[in-house]
Design a protein around this ligand. Sequence first.
Ligand code: SF4
Length: 468
Amino acid sequence: MKTLFEKVWDDHVVVPETADTPAILYIDLHIVHEVTSPQAFSLLRSQKLPVRRPDLTLATMDHSTPTVPGSTFRDLAVVGENAAQQIRQMEENCAGFGVDLLGYGHANRGIVHVIGPELGATQPGKTIVCGDSHTSTHGAFGALAFGIGTTEVGHVLATQCLLQRRPKTLAVTVDGALPAGVTAKDVVLAIIGHIGVDGGTGHVIEYRGSAIRSLDMEQRMTVCNMSIEAGARAGMIAPDDTTIEYLDGRPRAPTGADWDAAVARWRTLRSDDGAAFDREVTLDAATLQPMVTFGTNPGMVLGINDPVPSSGDASFRKALDYMRVEPGKPMTGQAVDVVFIGSCTNGRLSDLEQAAAVLRGRRVADGVRMLVVPGSQRVKDEAEALGLDRVFTEAGAEWREAGCSMCIGMNGDIAQPGQLSVSTSNRNFEGRQGVGARTVLASPVTAAAAAVAGRVTDPRTLLGQQES
Ligand code: SF4
């Protein structure tokens, strides 16, 4: 009897680990981007090595690209010289090493963790790596997917293999029906709040239970995306009909007899009844509510109407000082300067639809800047076909080009010192969205509600679901 993780791991071990050496693990898909690949390509050049499997390597540009509406490859001045240099280098490296690049202006370009799934390159049972922590996103398909460092990017480019210690397993079961106004983002923030930012350290999390099974693929990606924020190596959800329907017909999904064989194999990718996990945690979906962070890591999180805790150590008090938050009071009512809808956590079509549902017929509050940044060019095109761009712009929000944008602020999209940003991204560390910027993580619904109200607010009051 094996867990889902054990099945995928065992399928990819080239050389088992010993007490002295990690395992050598075969990698099925390597996604690279402009920030963590330049040194890796330099390593290949210095060793006179080719990319071993260009056909298993997919490159895009996302972190440093401009999101200014209508920007083109010629407008790189807006992102600053460092970012522009990364973009130019990526073009040169991919051309020089024969790597498929979804470059600036490409119809399929987008954030690494958005394009893999939407192209059907992300598939159940694969090992997937990328030089970005939130590679755990791809685990929503039953893949074993995790972030790697720059040196490891070089190792995978050169060998298609990686040295890895086998992680432990943690089952997180969420059963029951989610209350109205509670989204996948709220579920994963609640999980991180429950187990802590180091609760998953050394483990691969498998998300299970009826509440997880009820999520669509985009929502499942939101959950797996933030596994790393609980310290986990990866997050996984067993593939099912929802997964298979999502992948059917995608450009890089198998076709014909290959599709039938793949589906038959994917259906075996579930934890066997009775398979043992190293740890297990259970949450009741019915008790969950919209969640917001109040501190400077994603584990400093609470229900929208709950008071900020009043006890804590020196680092806890430092976080509250940085955030200018008072213990004993809820986050509701905090004045908002910036709202960011986007990122690999919440920059997909359904996320934009949820935010648009709040904004339709309403206005962004005076003094609030709202950026809506699609996770990929495909998401942008699909959103525009549905008229969501007009919903956002008519409400007074900015509708931007696809990219990471204010998740990390490498392209100049930042909040100013002291500004409070309600963000659908995944990290609220000090300075993550700009020096001195204060970040509150929330779902697209809660972020959109904050934009309308001009303060942190219970989104259910705007959705007509509950008085706060
Ligand atoms: S959106 Fe943020 S977390 Fe995701 S890939 Fe880009 S920078 Fe990394």
